[in-house]
Design a protein around this ligand. Structure first.
Ligand SMILES: Cc1cc2nc3c(=O)[nH]c(=O)nc-3n(C[C@H](O)[C@H](O)[C@H](O)COP(=O)(O)O)c2cc1C
Length: 249
């Protein structure tokens, strides 16, 4: 017999979540932040590697510089706490060193660290939201990985995968529509015709953008994404990450 479904705080948090980019000036206390970080560490991690590190930035001058490097994003300047979620293989390299072996970074170890850091980062943002904080992830921090690494003194084998602005919300944005569950879920095998369902999403998103004052094409998702991704994104990433100790073989 199927279990009776009762909603709970995790499902409600997920159903209500939205990125928040405007914050009050109130500080986020050290004790609360430590609790959030400590709980996020319970995220699953590949082979118990815990291949991530977190840099907590409160210093205004450092936030200003990071905001500039991430494409002048004002919310990085304004949030009381900006965190860098780093993919970090440096402790794996250290473990090899202690054993008299040599760490061989490759595409798999890069993916392991990136997936580990992403799961930790998502847990971090959910934990923050569960106590009433607002947050937004910042991929713009990958614009200049080497400069960011230098600014916060990252060891070789580590880079800032994304940032996370955290603060007490001063806005409650309307939720952006997501693709239909039937479009993103496939039972047993992939239904390649499902992509035709994007038409409906294009109109829903266009409607949302119009309502929230953003000018977009009628085919809002395919129109924007189809243009944005017709050029290679961040071509500097591979050589810069190689300089930071990653390898993609
Ligand atoms: C890895 C990642 C990187 C992101 N980078 C940025 C960013 O640089 N700047 C920004 O304002 N929002 C950023 N976002 C937030 C997305 O724009 C946002 O999650 C998406 O538009 C959906 O909106 P919602 O989170 O309000 O549902 C990022 C989100 C993720 C997951």
């Amino acid at each position: 017999m199927e279990k009776i479904f009762r909603s709970n705080s995790v499902i409600q948090s997920l159903e209500n979540r939205v990125s928040v980019r405007k914050y009050t000036e109130e500080e986020v206390g050290e004790e609360l932040l430590t609790k959030i970080i400590t709980s996020a560490k319970r995220a699953p991690t590949s082979s118990n590697l815990q291949a991530y590190s977190l840099i907590v930035v409160r210093d205004q001058a450092r936030k200003d510089k990071l905001a500039e490097l991430a494409g002048n994003q004002q919310h990085i300047r304004d949030c009381p706490v900006f965190m860098l979620v780093c993919a970090d293989s440096s402790r794996v390299a250290y473990a090899c060193e202690t054993q008299g072996t040599v760490f061989h970074p490759n595409l798999e170890s890069f993916l392991i660290a990136s997936v580990d850091a992403s799961l930790f980062g998502m847990a971090l943002s959910l934990a923050a939201e569960s106590v009433g904080l607002g947050s937004v992830m910042i991929g713009g921090i990958r614009n200049h990985p080497e400069q960011v690494a230098k600014l916060v003194n990252l060891p070789n084998g580590s880079f800032a995968l994304f940032g996370l602005c955290v603060g007490w919300p001063e806005e409650h944005p309307e939720q952006k529509p997501r693709m239909e569950t039937e479009l993103i879920t496939h039972h047993e095998t992939y239904d390649k015709d499902s992509v035709t369902r994007l038409k409906r999403y294009d109109s829903e998103l266009a409607e949302f953008y119009k309502k929230t004052g953003r000018n977009t094409p009628d085919e809002a998702w395919t129109g924007i994404i189809g243009k944005r991704f017709s050029q290679p994104r961040r071509p500097n990433l591979k050589p810069e990450l190689e300089n930071l100790g990653f390898s993609f073989v």
